[in-house]
Design a protein around this ligand. Structure first.
Ligand code: GLU
Length: 273
């Protein structure tokens, strides 16, 4: 009876793919604790009005979760503490590069299509860093990936679907763990929150499985207990393509308006699962 969670970002109304993730997480708890967490640290993309809509859709589906719902934007203190801990270990550095600086300096994108940071600011002298910070230059905080990996050695994580996997966080380079405007990153918040909330089985779509390489490393660096993972297949259309908002995949709200019942959605998801 593990503790599981569904962790949507309130950037829009829920779609069928979200419903699958939520139902999957709730079932995987096997009568243990099922939690909901609102991942709203990105103030440019998240909207408060979607939070109510998400909870309303989950309740309409018949899901029950433990309260209180953790809302990430209310917990920046927790993330700042984690950043300070990594900082104290000498595993971070300020990065003053803009996106275009990075584009210019980077030759090849990594497999996920995102550019791996070439490490430009890792080489800055301490005095230069201090001068730039004092001058008010905006900066992000990056993890010194090589030092971080050296600190913890080889790590593995276990997934109910994918089996035992060796963590390969190095492929992502010196990841951002905090930005000036958002003092935390997705990777850091998820890692800290899952530990604080006592999540024992992390369930989410297989499209996020790659992130687990980084989360495993952060767990080890922060001295947090390791959960089990279960990355589920994504809902696809009849051509095997992932359903996505961009393709006009309908929201649960729209399906509801058109007369679809919660039980027909649950039956459809049960058949898929
Ligand atoms: N907030 C993420 C999303 O909506 C999910 C993160 C996770 O489950 O780890 O895609």
């Amino acid at each position: 009876m593990p503790t599981t969670r569904f962790a949507p970002s309130p950037t829009g109304h829920l779609h069928l793919g979200h419903a699958l993730s939520a139902v999957f997480a709730q079932r995987a708890s096997e009568g243990g604790s099922f939690l909901v967490r609102i991942e709203d640290i990105d103030g440019t993309r998240c909207r408060p009005e979607f939070v109510g809509s998400i909870l309303d859709d989950l309740a309409w589906l018949g899901l029950e979760w433990q309260t209180p719902v953790r809302v990430q934007s209310e917990h920046f203190d927790d993330y700042e503490r984690a950043v300070a801990l990594l900082d104290g270990e000498g595993l971070t550095y300020p990065c003053f590069c803009s996106r275009s600086d990075i584009r210019r300096a980077t030759e090849a994108p990594h497999s996920g299509g995102e550019q791996v940071y070439p490490g430009t600011c890792r080489a800055l002298e301490v005095a230069e860093r201090q001068d730039r910070i004092l001058s008010g230059a905006p900066y992000a905080i990056r993890l010194d990936m090589e030092s971080a990996r050296a600190r913890v050695g080889t790590l593995t994580w276990t997934d109910r679907q994918l089996g035992k996997t060796t963590a390969r966080p190095g492929q992502f380079g010196d990841i951002v763990i905090a930005r000036k405007e958002t003092p935390a990153s997705y990777h850091l918040c998820v890692t800290v929150d899952d530990a604080i909330q006592g999540v024992e089985l992390v369930t989410r779509g297989v499209d996020l499985a790659e992130c687990t390489h980084v989360h495993r490393l952060l767990r080890a660096l922060l001295g947090l207990p390791e959960p089990e993972y279960w990355h589920h297949p994504l809902l696809t259309d009849d051509k095997g393509k992932k359903l996505s908002k961009r393709d006009g995949d309908e929201t649960l709200k729209a399906m509801r308006r058109e007369g679809t019942t919660a039980s027909s959605i649950l039956n459809l998801l049960a058949a898929w699962l």
